[in-house]
Write a protein that binds this ligand. Structure first.
Ligand SMILES: C[S@@+](CC[C@H](N)C(=O)[O-])C[C@H]1O[C@@H](n2cnc3c(N)ncnc32)[C@H](O)[C@@H]1O
Length: 348
């Protein structure tokens, strides 16, 4: 008799990816800016997500390894502080960082939000096979434009715990970051948010991290042009743009851009765009936050930083945030050093 085939576990996926017409509008808005700048989420199609995974393996890019190790080491303490509920991860990517939390916290469900639909499906399927006991749902959408989480049985009546790792908040300029964190507060409906943020480091390290010797970061940026050619009828010649990453100390950020090698007329999204020689197209920012600066921004967005974990070298922080009206003493927005509890091995 033929053995029954066991179908692999599949995670459910809700696809709310922006429509092509909205992408076209966003690209036109971005190309009209001075300097030209596109939303960072456009970097993440299936190939972009694959390249990002490779970036995380580059020796120069320590961010991912540091945060993963920190989460692994502090998972039990973080889980205790977060309490029970459903974990909602924003920009889940490979969804590998949440593993220790799933083990320690045993949430009622795990919801992975990401803009890159195929990659999200693969990541959530892999995680579902690893954690068959945890109900998993993927939601493909732009989380900066999300008004509400879908009315889904896994979310109904559950306390929500937000998880935003990868220092992805740094892709948003300060004003946008505040809007995003306010929106997360609304989406989480009174629940806490666990936020991973990278600290500034010496300029040489920052630049090398975002322009690795193997050229993966450059390929990641060039893939954006390939995507625009493919999805929005563009005619970018990838060889006519050079990738550059630079550190702007005053703004505490790495700027990633594609610089036009010559004067050239580009057609994309149904319009023509004249690039001058040396003109830049910003693909992404990565703003780096010292804990005090992070807590000032966080407070402006209506959150209190109540606890912080960091790696032994203090290069990366994981902040536990609670909505400010839910904690005993709401803090005003300030640039003064925070009194939030800092944890590495012990409370400060
Ligand atoms: C820097 S990667 C971090 C991935 C993962 N969280 C980690 O820490 O390794 C950013 C992730 O967020 C997703 N992303 C970027 N912008 C997004 C947006 N506006 N809405 C939803 N997902 C977004 C990307 O597809 C990507 O997987």
């Amino acid at each position: 008799m033929k053995a029954p085939t066991i179908s692999p576990l599949q995670a459910e996926l809700i696809n709310l990816h922006p429509a092509l017409v909205d992408m076209r509008r966003m690209v036109c808005d971005g190309l009209r800016k001075k300097p030209r700048q596109l939303p960072a989420w456009l970097l993440y199609d299936t190939e972009g997500s694959r390249l990002f995974e490779q970036i995380c393996e580059q020796p120069e890019y320590s961010l991912s390894r540091t945060e993963t190790a920190l989460l692994g080491k502090q998972a039990a303490a973080i889980a205790t502080a977060l309490e029970s509920g459903v974990i909602v991860e924003f920009g889940a990517g490979s969804a590998r960082k949440v593993g220790p939390l799933l083990r320690s916290l045993r949430p009622a469900a795990y919801i992975a939000i990401d803009i890159s639909s195929e990659h999200l499906q693969e990541s959530t399927n892999a995680l579902q096979r690893q954690f068959p006991e945890v109900p998993i749902l993927g939601i493909c959408c732009d989380h900066s434009q999300l008004d509400a989480l879908p009315d889904h049985p896994l979310l109904r009546g559950q306390r929500r715990i937000g998880f935003f790792p990868g220092s992805s908040l740094g892709n948003f300029e300060a004003k946008e970051a505040i809007v995003l964190l306010r929106n997360f507060r609304k989406l989480l409906n009174g629940g806490p948010l666990l936020l991973g943020l990278d600290h500034p480091k010496p300029k040489e390290r920052m630049v090398a991290a975002y322009n690795d010797a193997a050229g993966v970061s450059a390929a990641f940026a060039h893939n954006l042009l390939h995507r625009l050619n493919h999805e929005l009828e563009g005619d970018f010649d990838l060889d006519q743009f050079t990738y550059r990453a630079s550190w702007q100390a005053e703004q505490s950020r790495v700027v990633m851009e594609l610089v036009s090698k010559c004067k050239q007329l580009i057609t994309v999204a149904g319009r023509q765009w004249l690039f001058t020689a040396g003109e830049s197209l910003i693909t992404e920012y990565s703003i780096k936050y010292l804990p005090e600066a992070a807590l000032a921004l966080i407070a402006e967005a209506g959150w209190d930083g109540v606890q912080r974990w960091h790696d032994p070298a203090n290069e990366f922080s994981i902040h536990l945030l609670k909505p400010s009206n839910c904690t005993a003493k709401p803090k005003a927005a300030t640039n003064e050093p925070s009194r939030a509890t800092s944890q590495n091995q012990a409370r400060a």
